[in-house]
Design a protein around this ligand. Structure first.
Ligand SMILES: Cc1ncc(COP(=O)(O)O)c(C=O)c1O
Length: 291
């Protein structure tokens, strides 16, 4: 099993993959990406991830990208890597051209990178037991967070602040004092038995896991609503829950110096985690599923 890259269709150990310095992904962060979880060698929620990738490419007016070919390459790279439990990272940049802010005219061939690597869930599994601690941090990101670009400096700054504060994630707060999401996970909270999340829009990434959660809670008869909350309102919620591709479902027990609920993982997070696991197991067993 090895960490494999597939760069513009050529497969190699990741250490050998090289991109020219004129690549617009390197110069401007002019690139979009996706990360999928691999379970038992298969790509989970593939349709949702490629739908979001297509949308990101369209929103940024990228030149045409052959997504069907990309999907084939992803499958081939996973098979060649021998990775069972892992992730696949895909990045498309606007290509290689001498540095100039305007898009290359005529357009150049986009750069396409796939990296498949093993994923060790043990640290996240421990967080599922103990619950995560969050640090609140200003949301310094740009105004199109619905596009999954590699411009992640605002996310990196907040993640680093969380790490230095001994926390597991940061919850981002916009200039009006409202919670948006976390640095690499969607944020949900529970009030009076109802799951809530920030309205979809330019302020947050449309999370594939959040969309899955909405399908999972229907048969559980747990209602959902899009709402906006301040940090004070968030910390007064019964539960706070992180969801995302590698995080899956993780309960939050503390935000800054405030305890969430009883300060231990809550029942709704437990039910969600159970439903999530069942969905993955059903999908792996070939049973009809919400995925
Ligand atoms: C800012 C942000 N929000 C939410 C998510 C969760 O999205 P998904 O469930 O598709 O992994 C991510 C994932 O990378 C993210 O970076």
């Amino acid at each position: 099993m090895q960490v494999l890259a597939c760069l513009n269709g050529e497969t190699m150990p990741v250490e050998q993959a090289r991109v020219p310095v004129w690549d617009r992904g390197f110069l401007f962060g002019d690139a979009v990406y996706e990360v999928c979880r691999i379970y038992a060698g298969r790509c989970w929620l593939e349709d949702a991830h490629f739908a979001r990738l297509r949308r990101s490419l369209a929103e940024l007016e990228f030149p045409p990208v052959d997504i069907d070919r990309l999907i084939d390459r992803v499958h081939q790279t996973i098979a060649a890597s021998g990775v069972g439990e892992g992730t696949v990272y895909m990045q498309i940049t606007r290509g290689v051209a001498p540095r100039s802010h305007a898009y290359p005219d005529p357009p150049v061939e986009p750069t396409e990178l796939i990296v498949v690597r093993p994923y060790d869930d043990s640290a996240t599994a421990r967080l599922r037991e103990s619950g995560a601690r969050l640090l609140s941090h200003p949301d310094l990101r740009w105004k199109r967070c619905d596009i999954k670009t590699t411009n992640l400096l605002g996310n990196c700054i907040a993640t680093e602040a969380a790490r230095r504060a001994g926390c597991d994630e940061a919850v981002l707060i916009d200039t009006d004092g409202y919670v948006t999401e976390s640095t690499h996970t969607s944020l949900l909270w529970v009030r009076g038995g109802r799951i809530e999340g920030t309205p979809e829009g330019p302020e947050i990434l449309p999370g594939t896991t959040r969309q899955l959660v909405l399908r999972l809670i229907e048969p559980l008869e747990i209602p959902f609503a899009e709402t906006k909350v301040t940090l004070d309102e968030l910390t007064a919620a019964d539960e706070v829950i992180l969801v995302g591709t590698t995080t899956e479902v993780v309960p939050v027990v503390r935000v800054d110096d405030r305890r969430i609920g009883a300060g231990s993982p809550g029942p709704v997070a437990g039910r969600l985690w159970e439903a999530y696991r069942r969905a993955v197991e059903g999908w792996l067993a070939g049973r009809p599923s919400v995925a």
